[in-house]
Ligand binder design. Structure first.
Ligand code: G4P
Length: 520
């Protein structure tokens, strides 16, 4: 048994793609599916055009068959490696889910647009990787378009994200002149030639010795050898250094060599930290510890016909088998995990087995909450998931006061799922504030309250733009005139600010208090 688990782990790579909207995450995902043979033609990844209208179609989109990137995770085989891609919704659907999902990944691919560099959302997502020491590979996309200098982009990655970088390939030309890349480790040039297979754009690769690269490129490489960071796999695994690749996802230039490097460099599932019941720390060995995992995402009504709620579990150790009876740490009781689902290239299928790194979805009859640990042996709990400062706030009322009961029920479920945060005014009892990380969270909440609970709502945005949990004596906390102090569900004080400036000012006024953006 141990041997089969060891072999299954060695074959697995579980990762998420982090990027700012429009950098090319969907295109890259699609290419990975194409190269793996999971789909035959580009353009099959659903939800990309629809995403613009995603607000009201959000639930409906989950049911689209074919490949749906809105599903929580997909599994497929790329060159004998079993790849689990976790969905990290970008665009307007950016939310706490996106952050939490990252914790279930062993590795991340950061896609940046060569003309834009490191953008805001990438920075935020990177922060989570940094916090959890998740190794990150950098994919500089859109090299076929006029962009910034490669060195300039690498400096930006280093300065903004405070990580070392090392170019593992180097572009030969850029924009219209982008012809290929130099594989620095193999010391060879890979030139690309556009072709079309079955109507889909493809790229032929022609390998040539480095000596045939243009003189200017060879000079740049010499400079890089002298002044750049050497590649150190260990440093990459510790999240201290990011290998950088230049490519164009749309034209396929450099994509396959990137994926090949990715499966080679990315770690397979490894031990995860947990707390024993007595509070001491323990590393859960993925091979020797019988099945264990934790819930990182909940989603209601994925399939409207069944009105089912799903809990998504990241397998951390051992082999999962259908109908397994596990201990539910928080509830202190045993439960049977029947009808587990996996997403194999977009089709929801019933799973018989799952191994560390895999994601399983189980029906949730209200038993699971975000962060719950499930295990065969019991006695430990995986580290709590980080919580992120909300950045948008609103009041919400039912349009029809007669629907108060259904409204409260819906709100209870949605906050329980972690879809939205509910804050209470510190001084005014009964005054509720809804808080979220992304705008779509509110839109989805209103949509779901109407669709699932029959309650139409009125949303009044509040003028706060950022927040922080306050550690220290709250009675001694000096508010600015526009700051509001509330309590979260765990009764922790959280201050809301109308601007970053106001927050900074408040921090200066309260040197004895700690302002926390991420509760790790
Ligand atoms: P996202 O998921 O990160 O938001 O980005 P997505 O892949 O949807 O890509 C955003 C836009 O950038 C798309 O154009 C896509 O075709 C384009 N794109 C992605 N990779 C490259 C690349 O390597 N080179 C160039 N030139 N463009 C690229 P769109 O017009 O918004 O959508 P579509 O009509 O192509 O679907």
């Amino acid at each position: 048994m141990e041997e089969s688990i060891r072999a299954a782990i060695a074959k697995r790579r579980t990762f998420a793609i982090i990027s700012h909207p429009d950098a090319g995450k969907t295109t890259l995902t699609e290419k990975l599916l194409l190269y793996s043979g999971a789909i035959q033609t580009a353009g099959m990844v659903k939800g990309r055009k629809g995403r613009k209208a995603a607000t009201s179609d959000w639930m409906a989109m989950e049911q689209e068959r074919g490949i749906s990137i809105t599903s929580s995770a997909m599994q497929f085989t790329y060159k004998d490696i079993i790849v689990n891609v976790l969905d990290t919704p970008g665009h307007e659907d950016f939310s706490e889910d996106t952050y939490r999902t990252l914790t279930a990944a062993d590795c991340a691919i950061m896609v940046i647009d060569a003309s834009k560099g490191v953008e805001k959302q990438t920075r935020k997502l990177f922060e989570v990787c940094h916090l959890r020491k998740i190794p990150v590979l950098t994919f500089v996309n859109k090299m076929d378009m006029p962009g910034r200098e490669p060195l300039d982009l690498m400096h930006e990655v280093e300065n903004v994200l405070q990580i070392q970088s090392c170019a593992l390939n180097w572009p030969i030309g850029s924009g219209k002149e982008f012809q290929g890349v130099v594989d620095r480790q193999a010391c060879e040039c890979i030139y690309f030639e556009k072709t079309s297979i079955g109507g889909a754009q493809q790229a032929n690769m022609i390998r040539k010795p480095l000596s045939e690269a243009p003189a200017s490129i060879r000079e740049e490489l010499e400079l890089l050898d002298l002044a750049g960071n050497p590649f150190d796999h260990q440093q990459f695994l510790m999240g201290e250094l990011t290998p950088v690749f230049f490519a164009s996802a749309l034209t396929n230039f450099g994509v396959e060599p990137f994926f090949d490097a990715f499966i080679h460099l990315a770690p397979s599932p490894h031990a995860r930290l947990a707390n024993r019941t007595d509070g001491t720390e323990i590393a859960i060995d993925p091979i020797r510890t019988p099945f264990s995992g934790y819930v990182f995402k909940l989603q209601a009504n994925m399939d409207r016909r069944h009105r089912d709620n799903m809990a998504f579990i990241r397998v951390c150790s051992g082999r999962f088998e259908r109908d397994l009876v596990v201990k539910h740490h928080r509830l202190g009781r045993e439960i049977r995990l029947s009808r587990p689902h996996g997403m194999v290239a977009g089709e929801r299928t019933t799973l018989d087995y799952a191994y560390p790194g895999d994601i399983i979805g189980v029906i949730n009859p209200g038993l699971f909450a975000i962060g719950d640990t499930l295990s065969v042996t019991g006695g430990f709990q995986f580290k709590p998931l980080p919580q992120f400062q909300p950045e948008i706030f609103a009041k919400l009322y039912p349009k029809d006061v007669g629907k108060r009961k259904a409204f409260d029920k819906g709100i209870f479920q949605l906050t329980d799922e972690g879809a939205i945060q509910l804050l209470r005014h510190f001084e005014r009892e009964g005054d509720h504030i809804f808080a979220a990380v992304g705008k779509l969270q509110f839109e989805v909440m209103q949509y779901r309250l109407k669709d699932e609970y029959g309650v139409e709502t009125i949303l009044t945005p509040l003028p706060y733009q950022c927040s922080a949990w306050i550690l220290g004596d709250i009675d001694r906390f000096e508010k600015t005139s526009t700051c509001l102090v509330a309590q979260d569900r765990q009764n922790r004080p959280i201050a809301l600010f109308t601007s970053q400036w106001d927050k900074q000012y408040c921090m200066k006024q309260n040197p004895n208090h700690q302002f926390v953006d991420i509760l790790a």
